[in-house]
Write a protein that binds this ligand. Structure first.
Ligand code: ZN
Length: 197
């Protein structure tokens, strides 16, 4: 019924998180009806981001610069590193403005079921940062899931030789995986209520 170009567009949009086929059709229609105002700027932004954005070689954040803007910011507290599962968690903490130190994006959690092992996580740069000196605390802000807890234990063991104190965000705070869904007050409380790992 549709042209192949339109079907292709809808098919790609439907693969985005939160968009099923129905939402993808609506989004495609909106774009197609306003090519100058919506579609071409979006296409340009996608191409621009695809060309320039990469993982920060220090922390794993996404940015068009390497090191990323956070790692390169001299006003951030260089002695604190907050370890998160994904960039979405980093964004949530930044939106809430509850952490003024640096980050480390692990890229997931250990999961036997999901087939995620130690080699799949962004660990080596974190160990390097911990042993390089100057870091006084590493805060684990991982999900309160089974995977998050076992990953925290594993990380604490791996970081022990560095001698840097490792803490975990507050117990009883409902971090159920993505920090992204928490409000700013809860995120702040979780970070303030951290305890030794
Ligand atoms: Zn960085």
């Amino acid at each position: 019924m549709n042209s192949p170009e339109i079907d292709h567009l809808i098919g790609l949009l439907a693969k985005l998180p939160g968009l099923g086929p129905r939402s993808a059709r609506r989004a495609a229609l909106r774009l197609l009806q306003q090519p100058q105002a919506r579609m071409l700027p979006l296409a340009a932004a996608l191409a621009d981001a695809a060309r320039t954005v990469q993982s920060c070689s220090l922390c794993g954040n996404l940015d068009s610069r390497d090191p990323c803007a956070i790692c390169a910011d001299p006003d951030r507290d260089q002695t604190l590193i907050c370890v998160v599962e994904g960039v979405g968690d980093l964004w949530a903490l930044e939106r809430a403005a509850v952490h003024r130190g640096l980050y480390h994006v692990l890229g997931g959690t250990l999961s036997a079921l999901g087939g995620v092992g130690p080699d799949d996580l962004n660990l080596r740069p974190l160990l390097d940062r911990a042993t390089a000196g100057g870091v006084v605390e590493i805060i684990l802000a991982l999900g309160a899931t089974v995977e998050g807890a076992s990953t925290a234990h594993w990380l604490t063991d791996r970081l022990a030789p560095s001698g840097v104190p490792v803490t975990r965000v507050g117990h009883g705070v409902p971090i159920g995986g993505a920090l992204d869904v928490l409000d700013d007050g809860t995120l702040g409380a979780a970070l303030r209520a951290r305890r030794p790992a």
